[in-house]
Ligand binder design. Structure first.
Ligand code: NAP
Length: 322
C-alpha cells in the first residue's frame, strides 16, 4: 500500500486486460483516491460496473477525463490518435496523460498532435500481459516484478515523469525510461517478432495436409502448444502493433530470415557443430532470463498446470507480454 494516494482521480479509457488490471492494482495499493472508467461498448461498461473495479463508470471518453489528474488510455494503438483528439478539449490543466500501448513511436506522434500544451504527455508500456482480453481477464498482480517502460518526449516535465514512475512502482512494476524509437526496436525483437513467429507456425501447422488436425492437437506438448497460446492473442491489438511498428519489425524480420537461412544450410550440410554451437548460445540466453527473474525454470514457464494444485496468482508468460 502507498502511504497516501499519488493521484486524486485516475481516468481509464479502455478497460480490457490492461485497463482493468490497472484499476484493480491501483485500488489494491491505494495509489489513487478515485477511479473513473469507460470503454467503447455498453457491454464492457456494464461488465466493469458489475465487477465494481472502478468508483464510477461513465459513457464517454470526454466525461471520463473531466477533473482527472491522471489519464491512462488503454486501447489498441491504432485508436490512440482519434481518442486523444476527442479528449483534448476536456483535459484538466496540469493533468498527466499516458497510455499502455505496445508500440511507442506511433502513439507519441499521433497523440501529441492533438494534446494541449497544458498537460504532460508521457507514454508508457507495461511489459506484462496474457493472451486473454476484456475486463474479466485482468488481475491486480499483473504488473508485479514486470517492467514498465516510460518513453517521455524530449523536454518532458521531470516531476510529471517521476510521478508516473511512482504510480507504476506502486503497482509493483520496475520502471525504465528510454526513447520511443529505442523501445520499438527492443520490443520488435523481444515481443513482436516472437508473436509473428507464433502466428505463422500455428497457421502453417493448420494448413499441413499430411498431418491431421487431431495429431497436431494430440502431440502439441512438443513445443507447439506454447505457440498456440501466444497465437491466441487479441487479433485487433496485434494487427495494430505490426502496422504501427512496421519499420522495426521488418528490420528484425530481415535478420531473422538470415539466421533461419544459416540454420537451414547447417541442417542441409549435416553441420552438427554449427547447430550445436547455435543451440548452446541460445540455451545460455534462456538461463540469463531465468537468472534475472523474468521467468521460472519450471516446465511450461511456471504457468500453473490446470490439473495440478497451484498458487492462486497466475504468473504471466514472458512471451505474452505485448
Ligand atoms: P483488450 O483486453 O482487448 O481491451 C481493449 C479495450 O480497448 C477495451 O476496453 C475496448 O473496448 C477498447 N477499445 C478497443 N478498440 C477501441 C477503439 N477503436 N476505440 C476506443 N476503445 C477501443 O486489450 P488489452 O490487452 O487491454 O490492450 C490494450 C492496450 O494495451 C493495447 O494498446 C496493447 O498494445 C497494450 N498492451 C497489451 C498487452 C497484452 O498482453 N494484452 C500488454 C502490454 C500492453 P470494448 O471492450 O468496449 O470494445
Amino acid at each position: 500500500m502507498t502511504e497516501k494516494p499519488l493521484f486524486n482521480r485516475l481516468a481509464l479509457i479502455g478497460t480490457g486486460l490492461i485497463g482493468s488490471s490497472i484499476a484493480r492494482a491501483a485500488r489494491a495499493q491505494g495509489a489513487v483516491r478515485e477511479i473513473v472508467a469507460t470503454a467503447r461498448s455498453t457491454v464492457t461498461r456494464k461488465r466493469v460496473t458489475e465487477l465494481q473495479i472502478a468508483d464510477e463508470v461513465v459513457d464517454t471518453n470526454a466525461a471520463a477525463v473531466e477533473g482527472a489528474d491522471l489519464v491512462i488510455v488503454c486501447i489498441p494503438v491504432g485508436a490512440c490518435g482519434p481518442v486523444a483528439k476527442e479528449i483534448a478539449p476536456h483535459l484538466a490543466p496540469g493533468a498527466i496523460v499516458s497510455d499502455v500501448g505496445s508500440v511507442k513511436g506511433s502513439v507519441l506522434r499521433e497523440m501529441s498532435a492533438h494534446l494541449p500544451k497544458t498537460v504532460h504527455f508521457i507514454p508508457a508500456h507495461p511489459v506484462a500481459g496474457t493472451e486473454h482480453s476484456g475486463p474479466d481477464a485482468g488481475f491486480a498482480e499483473l504488473f508485479v516484478n514486470r517492467w514498465c517502460i516510460l518513453t517521455p518526449p524530449p523536454g518532458a516535465d521531470k516531476t510529471a515523469v517521476d510521478r508516473l514512475a511512482a504510480f507504476w512502482r506502486a503497482l509493483g512494476a520496475n520502471v525504465e525510461t528510454m526513447t520511443a524509437e529505442h523501445h520499438d526496436l527492443v520490443l520488435a525483437v523481444t515481443s513482436h517478432l516472437p508473436h509473428l513467429i507464433a502466428y505463422t507456425i500455428v497457421g502453417t501447422a493448420d494448413e499441413l495436409a499430411t498431418v491431421t488436425r487431431s495429431e497436431v492437437l494430440k502431440f502439441s506438448a512438443g513445443g507447439f502448444r506454447d505457440f498456440t497460446r501466444i497465437a491466441a492473442s487479441d487479433p485487433t491489438m496485434w494487427r495494430d502493433v505490426f502496422l504501427a511498428n512496421k519499420d522495426a519489425v521488418l528490420e528484425m524480420l530481415g535478420r531473422f530470415n538470415e539466421d533461419v537461412s544459416a540454420l537451414t544450410k547447417a541442417i542441409r550440410r549435416g553441420d552438427g557443430d554449427a547447430l550445436f554451437d547455435h543451440f548452446t548460445r541460445t540455451r545460455a540466453i534462456r538461463k540469463g532470463i531465468v537468472d534475472i527473474g523474468q521467468d521460472s525454470a519450471s516446465p511450461d514457464f511456471g504457468r500453473p498446470h490446470p490439473d495440478l494444485p497451484h498458487d492462486p496468482l497466475p504468473k504471466p508468460y514472458a512471451a505474452d507480454e505485448g
